[in-house]
Design a protein around this ligand. Structure first.
Ligand code: KG4
Ligand code: ZN
Length: 341
């Protein structure tokens, strides 16, 4: 049963996140107030390989985890005595990368006696919406769009989450990264396409939208990547440029995401939508969803871009509510690379 964590004496949570290529630690009070939020990005290291190299990511996490956690405590003005609970991402993600965070958090918990809870990374993304000073009310629809996942969730309470749609092939973030690669833009693709698209116009070159069969909330983005490959082959022969292709690509992704999210709201009678995950930082998705919300009378909320991409404040917030629901992990906590939501 859900209990107010403050009553349980679990108010200040140290969050730890190492699921992919960011080593992150944060201190959050009351599941909502960020006391510190430190992210050591490895983007520069992986960019020259065109994607995340798991072995390098794990080694970097090992080097960074202690200084990053120290900095998070310092910036919060606390030492470990001021921490009531430790929340760590235990999946999904890269197995070796996750293990660094999980083993570190277990050692910290064992040596200090501070309670530990393992957190699902995607649940973390959802709880970034609790860090904005205006916590969302239930019921709500959450669109989770990250590098590895695209899920449409119906959330009726902290412990009542139902997946109503998901991608059948590529995740939205993966589509951005693949499209950027064939367009020769580099890695990670999402922010690069977003920036280039500001200079272009959607519609000059046409890309497909995959709505799939009537009535489904599932997504498909793999066809879009193939269409980008064919479009790039025509580049220079038609009256549009790479910036127009970036704008059209972004529009094609946003259009389908917005359409399905609004359809779910109408059919399920839900009037609140939150966005989560790295692609929720996308400027076109944010404005399209906001405009659609206005048209349909649906309240739209999303975290600031820095809380959409990977960070540990969201893990601390999710951990706060996990403790509140009575969850706690033992020293048998382990990393699960393909952990379901
Ligand atoms: O949630 P996230 O930081 O990590 C995962 O859990 O996967 O998401 C990373 C994904 C990458 O595919 C990246 O290209 C995408 O989010 N992304 C964006 C933007 N910023 C990050 N996609 C579109 N527009 C952006 N501004
Ligand atoms: Zn993520």
């Amino acid at each position: 049963m859900w209990k107010e964590p403050m009553i349980l004496g679990l108010d200040v949570i140290l969050g730890i996140e190492t699921s992919c290529d960011e080593t992150a630690a944060a201190v959050v009070e009351g599941g909502a107030r960020i006391l510190s939020n430190v992210v050591a990005s490895q983007v520069d290291v992986h960019a020259k390989y065109g994607g995340v190299v798991p072995e390098i990511a794990s080694r970097r996490h090992l080097e960074n985890i202690v200084p990053v956690t120290r900095e998070a405590l310092d910036r919060a003005g606390l030492d470990l005595k001021g921490i009531d609970g430790i929340a760590v991402t235990c999946g999904p993600g890269l197995a070796g990368a996750l293990l660094v965070g999980v083993c570190f958090a277990k050692a910290l918990s064992l040596s200090t006696g501070i309670p530990l809870v393992g957190v699902n990374h995607l649940q973390g993304h959802v709880y970034a919406n609790w860090l904005t000073g205006d916590p969302p009310a239930f019921p709500l629809i959450c669109l989770v769009v990250s590098g590895g996942h695209t899920d449409l969730l119906l959330i009726e309470g902290h412990d009542r989450v139902k997946i109503i749609g998901r991608t059948r092939d590529d995740a939205a973030g993966e589509a951005f990264d693949k499209a950027a690669r064939v367009m020769g833009l580099g890695y990670p693709g999402g922010p690069l396409i977003d920036r280039l698209a500001q200079k272009g116009r959607a519609g000059r070159v046409r890309l497909p939208r995959a709505y799939l069969e009537e009535g489904t909330y599932d997504f498909s983005f793999s066809g879009l990547k193939t269409a980008v490959v064919h479009a790039v082959e025509r580049l220079g022969r038609e009256k549009w440029g790479l910036e127009d292709l970036a704008a059209e690509f972004q529009e094609a992704v946003a259009e389908v995401l917005v359409h399905k999210t609004m359809a779910a709201c109408q059919e399920l009678g839900v009037q609140r939508v939150i966005l989560a995950g790295g692609v929720a930082a996308n400027s076109r998705l944010r404005t399209s969803m906001t405009e659609a919300g206005r048209r349909y009378g649906v309240c739209i909320a999303f975290p600031p871009p820095s809380l959409c991409t990977d960070n540990a404040a969201m893990i601390a917030a999710a951990g706060y509510y996990a403790f509140a629901s009575g969850h706690k992990s033992g020293l048998d906590l382990t990393a699960c690379a393909d952990m379901p939501l």
